[in-house]
Design a protein around this ligand. Sequence first.
Ligand code: PEP
Ligand code: MN
Length: 363
Amino acid sequence: MIIPKEDRLTNEQLREVTAIVEEFGCRIQVIVGTHRSVYAILGDERSELLISRIEGLTYIDRVDTIQSPHKLMDIRSDLASHRIRIGGITLGEEPLFIAGPCTIDPREPNLFYETAHAVKEAGAHVLRGGVWKPRTTPHSFQGDIHSLDILMEASRRTGLPVNTEVMEEVHLRAALEAGVSMLQVGTRNALNYSLLRKVGELSGPKEIRVLLKRGRHMGPPDEFIAAAEYLAAAGNPNVLLCPRGTMPALEGFRNHPDESITPLLRERTWAPVVVDPSHSVGKSVYVPACALAAMVYGADGLCIETHVDSRRGIGDDPKQAISPETLGKIIEDARRLWTLRARYGDGPRVKEPAVPGGVRPAP
Ligand code: PEP
Ligand code: MN
């Protein structure tokens, strides 16, 4: 990773650097951060000659060769000072709340509009709604492109930015063209590296945020962060990590609630952690406890399935969506816990700015 002395390279400097790395069979990926840009060398960057040629340029501070499977997303990366903004807030400065139904019912647009207004009223910053759905059986409702218009109409009516899941390039292009602010990569695609690359490549230039769900099948925290690295390395560092439960080990919960992974992630990566309690536990009655536990564990926000009348919902909504009233209570209590946990030195990350010069000691 190339760190220039100034915040960004000029076009002429970038051309010079690119020409050098290409001599070594590598290429440059520009990653635009809030405060500065960094320049990843894609390919084998370990050549000493390559590093000294680049470091010899007057406008280069250094070449970081962080030995990490996720050097861009690593807490020691120069991108650690990058801040993600959405819905009027900056992640890390206050908790982010994403809410809305699992699935938009294209036959009932008004139910979605009502829910959209209600979650906004309850304090949500981002409206979620599934247009295309990954369903366990091919016989279940798979989503409907018409729901994308309903999603965008709800965004116009409420002024809320919207999040929806994409599973393939066609969805990705349609969602970007429609103007969604946040893309979701779901649990099933969390290790679909070609999709992650495509999402990073097409969404990066537009500064779209990506909510990356933790794979149900994923193991250690590094595997999750490395999946986020695919998005960043392809050009989009605006990644929010979303634990949402792994393979069920407790009979009764839909998945194995994994909000306890939050501090491990926050220790290794600068990416915000936004927990989804709805898919973790899979039943509306368990959602508040899981949501509040996530806040205690240090989450930067929550993504919660919410519906004005869940009995009339489709997809996961009848079983796991909470009411906007419950959402409002969770948001209020989550804010209290946000303040409370700062007493234990685990407050918002903004209080721990990146060390000048970029590299922090390994955690
Ligand atoms: C969803 O958010 O509705 C969804 C299908 O998510 P996940 O990929 O976590 O199952
Ligand atoms: Mn769902």
